[in-house]
Write a protein of this length. Structure first.
Length: 150
């Protein structure tokens, strides 16, 4: 591993197969990560705001966000992140099955770091996760204010 600092990631994904694959790639990756997983949009926002049930949640350095989620879709989660003064600068990478140009444009307008469509081929999926690791290594995002839960 090139970097010994453990990176905190929030993965917002409801597909168990994708979760397992992403965990596996990160386990053998370039940088050590603590991958926190929530499987719906409501829990994603609660995790980030450290609401009830998530008061001790670590502050992620990156959110990997699917768009097709139960309870609250990924675009709504992204809008919530960008409208919260404590979360608005948090890096978000979209990793989704949606190829819709309207989804891409909405996400780009909400200042995502990257939009990836989930590849069907295993080697290409692994390459996407490796690109996300490269982003983590290059991103020096440690100066975000902590949320004020008072």
């Amino acid at each position: 591993m090139e970097n010994s600092e453990i990176k905190q990631i929030l993965l917002v994904e409801d597909n168990l197969g994708d979760i397992r694959l992403i965990k596996e790639v990160f386990n053998y990756g370039k940088v050590p990560v603590n991958l926190n997983v929530v499987n719906n949009g409501v829990d994603a926002v609660s995790f980030l705001k450290r609401d009830t049930g998530f008061q001790d949640a670590p502050r992620p350095e990156l959110v990997i966000l699917d768009l097709n989620l139960p309870k609250k879709n990924g675009k709504e989660v992204l809008a919530d992140i960008r409208s919260d003064k404590h979360l608005s600068n948090m890096p978000v990478i979209v990793l989704t099955s949606s190829e819709a140009e309207s989804d891409v444009q909405i996400c780009k307008s909400l200042k995502i770091e990257h939009y990836y469509t989930k590849p069907m081929e295993l080697d290409k999926f692994v390459s996407v996760i490796e690109e996300i690791e490269d982003f983590l290594i290059e991103n020096k995002n440690g100066d975000q204010p902590e949320p004020d839960n008072s």
